[in-house]
Design a protein around this ligand. Sequence first.
Ligand code: ADP
Ligand code: MG
Length: 380
Amino acid sequence: MSFDSLGLSPSILNNLSENGYKKPTPIQERAIPAILKGEDVLGIAKTGSGKTASYVLPILQNIQRIVDFKNRHITGLIVVPTRELAVQVHEVIEQFNKELPVRIKTLAVFGGVSVNPQMIKLQGVQLLVATPGRLLDLIDSKAVHLSDTRFLVLDEADKMLNLGFKDEMDRILGLLPKKRQNMLFSATLNEDIDQIKSLLLDNPVIAKIAEQETDIELINQRGYFIEEKSKGPLLRYLIKENNMQQVLVFASSSFRADQILDKLRKNKIDAMVIHGKRSQGSRQEALNKFKNGTLRVLVSTDLLARGIDIEFLPYVINYELPRSPKDYIHRIGRTGRAESPGLALSLVTPEEAHHFRVIQKKMKKRVDMEDGNEIDLRGY
Ligand code: ADP
Ligand code: MG
């Protein structure tokens, strides 16, 4: 199938090949026509399969179609869990928006940076990307009004409807008009959750792209049994022996991430860190460097587990396992994106072995294990 048959306008179509999009991914084939028709959509498709464009393109077109509609307030709202993801989704929007004959005014708002510049830029914005906390701050100071919002997207929807965001999301949903188009996207979304059913009033189109047996496995996975005290040396061994030039390392907490960073630097391995206790400036700087290939190792908490798109990222290492099996799927999904393969390695102590079996069971995939304790780690 080609993009031509999905109902997109010529100005959007012209732009696609320029941005390297030759043919639609399966989720784009399903979601784009449904969103253009005004239907509620629940989009479930694996990590790296192009879910962002599957809502961005039709929403840009839908908003363009109602330009005569004198809406002084936000017309479309996209809610995401992290600041970095807000920035990234906004970049995708602008990639396409900047070529439209009538440009739409868009903005990303998120915490950790001063609020005043965001308030000034909000004037006349039609399509807003936001993290929940900052959005509510801006609503409280009357800089954002949701009373005319027609389009709502929850990206990483299962995360947004999770306990961690519940109070904030309840408030946001309560402020939106009842009549609106809802679009929920995630790789790990269960359409049977009552919360989702009650949110999607309008007989939603469920676009669930099941993984095909014939799909080439883009993410190779391997695990290493290892004693706790040898995790550091094993990490450095893996990075050096495989000559890894770009690797994302996940840690279980900010504290642990800083410890890992420290050890890597002492061993003269170029590394930076991202976690919730770092300033937004240093977070974005580390991510930008990593995305453009000038940083070898990025150590992160689950802050980067969801949605972040790093072109051709070849390696992900779980220094420690995530608590939630869903987060495991999202973490390893930072590699193996847009048809380029990747390798995901997990370091597993005897205490973590049972949990890793639970993760594999939930993911319905077995991971080959090696005994890291048999590797000669002297000198690492
Ligand atoms: P997801 O949200 O499903 O994890 P993204 O929307 O972040 O995935 O897209 C992953 C990558 O695939 C991005 O770099 C994006 O530019 C690229 N991409 C998306 N759709 C297409 C397409 N139709 N053709 C080629 N590349 C695409
Ligand atoms: Mg995504």
